[in-house]
Design a binder for this molecule. Structure first.
Ligand SMILES: *Cc1c(COP(=O)(O)O)cnc(C)c1O
Length: 478
């Protein structure tokens, strides 16, 4: 691939956009500059390849394609069929999955599809069974009433939010926490690790319909074989949300007990985090759930996005290449180097380290809240996000943690030596930041002071770290 082709493609695209609304073209250009200059440690973000980005910017966006490959509610979907079938095939091959559904628009949408599929498959509801085998017009008002009653209040057991679980795993701000009767399993307070005996105990007591594994902020491997055994012991469907670590599964860093695909009945994911594809979601499942999963659109999803499915096919093809396995291993090597660098300088890490792509710093050791730390780091050119730690005394808004992840910087080509330097920058900012006070003298959870010259100096050092590793080296918009 000549670099020239990438530059030409994006320059021409911007020229076309500029002729209509120059401010949009400008914003796209500035976004590239900003992304190039920032030390991005947001664990859920990455940089998709130019091929993936370009696959999204075209007339596939114009097609309606409700239904599934070969069974559409719209005419003229033969080319959409081609890309959707390709994306699904790459997904099945990459993950060794029996079935792949590539229409979900995001990770949350993929979870909605999965919840619906499990409810439809598992709930003992005569009214629901009727609704599935008959024309819905044949159902009486009493049937519908029964259906609504029987579908609600089903039980879900997932990882607690402050231990690293996701909102969609049954938590109140999300529909899953309103529709489902939810319990959660946490981590051992002493080690920060999942205590599988406690999960088994909670499952025995609660008898969930769905046991959910997966996380957004847990820095360790999860043993999915054990979770499946627990699910089986209580007759639960085992669902894994691998949104964060799908790239590590794809790259065969997580294998055996740590690969969710052979163990779970149903697996959901995003495609844009460590998997490095376009923004989107995906569901993988065992054959018995495939029919229900394929009803995702229009059951819970809006019309498919054919341009994004094209980009998923491209990104999944990239993830099947041998260099992706190397990338996935480097993500973990980098996270471990970052963790070691922080530990050596005296930081406190949840679980004392990492074996995946993320590190969770407990910043209370620096006398800060997550919010103060996040903002002070941002002032210094280091982009992270605040996150709860287990049993967080500061709640979900201020928090006591900073979550950092390495997928994005690894894509740029930074290695373990640069991770140690990054640890030095982070540690310096956090030690030099002091918590502020409110007007009445009480400690503030948001205010802080950090010397502006120091912040500038750190930001310059961060830029220097990035300089040898340009983002999108093949794209020159000038
Ligand atoms: C990021 C994430 C999601 C949500 O993905 P979106 O694409 O933002 O909808 C769902 N589950 C987990 C575990 C996540 O980390």
């Amino acid at each position: 691939m000549s670099h020239n082709a990438e530059s030409t493609a994006f320059r021409s695209a911007l020229e076309v956009i500029r002729a209509v609304e120059p401010r949009v073209a400008d914003a796209i250009g500035v976004e590239l500059t900003d992304q190039r200059e920032s030390l991005k440690l947001i664990a859920s973000e990455n940089y998709a390849s130019p091929a993936t980005l370009l696959a999204m910017g075209n007339w596939f966006s114009d097609k309606y394609a409700e239904g599934t490959v070969g069974r559409r509610f719209y005419a003229g979907c033969q080319n959409v069929d081609t890309v959707e079938a390709l994306a699904a095939e790459h997904a099945r091959e990459l993950f060794g999955a029996a079935h792949a559904y590539v229409q979900p628009h995001s990770g949350i949408d993929a979870n909605l599809v999965a919840f619906w599929a499990v409810l439809a498959d598992r709930v003992e509801s005569p009214a629901l069974k009727k609704a599935q085998v008959r024309q819905v017009n044949d159902l009486t008002e009493a049937d519908w009433f029964a259906l609504r009653r029987e579908l609600g209040n089903q039980r879900m057991l997932g990882m607690s939010l402050d231990a690293g679980g996701h909102l969609t795993h049954g938590f109140r701000p999300n529909i899953s926490g309103k529709m489902f009767d939810q319990r959660s399993y946490g981590t051992d307070p002493a080690t920060g690790l999942i205590d599988y005996d406690r999960v088994a105990e909670a499952a025995r007591e609660f008898k969930p319909l769905i046991l959910v594994g997966g996380y957004s902020a847990y820095p360790r491997k999860v043993n999915f074989r054990i979770l499946r055994e627990i699910a089986d012991s209580v007759g639960a469907t085992f669902m894994v949300d691998m949104a964060h670590f799908a790239g590590l599964v794809a790259g065969k860093v997580f294998t055996g007990d740590f690969d969710p695909v052979p163990h779970a009945h149903i697996v959901t994911t995003t495609t844009h985090k460590s998997l490095r594809g376009p923004r989107g979601g995906m569901v993988l499942c065992q054959p018995e759930l495939a029919d229900q999963v394929d009803r995702g659109c229009p059951m819970v999803l809006g019309g498919p996005l054919p341009h994004v499915m094209a980009a998923k096919a491209v990104a999944l093809a990239e993830a099947r290449r041998p260099d992706f396995a190397d990338y996935a291993q480097r993500i973990v090597d980098n996270a471990q180097a970052l963790a070691d660098g922080l530990l050596r300088r005296g930081a406190t890490l949840v679980t004392g380290g990492t074996d995946n792509h993320l590190v969770l710093i407990d910043v209370s050791g620096y006398g800060l809240t997550g919010r103060q730390a996040e903002q002070a780091l941002l002032d210094s050119g280091i982009v992270t996000n605040r996150n709860s730690v287990p049993q967080d005394p500061n709640g979900a808004w201020y928090t006591s943690g900073i979550r950092i992840g390495t997928p994005a910087l690894t894509t740029r080509g930074l290695g373990t030596a640069e991770m140690d330097q990054t640890a030095e920058l982070i540690h310096t900012v956090l030690t030099q930041t002091t918590a502020g006070a409110n007007a009445d003298g009480t400690p503030s959870k948001a205010k802080y002071t950090l010397d502006a010259d120091l912040a500038d100096k750190i930001a310059r050092q961060a830029t220097d770290l990035l300089a040898p590793h340009p983002l999108y080296p093949g794209i020159d918009l000038a």
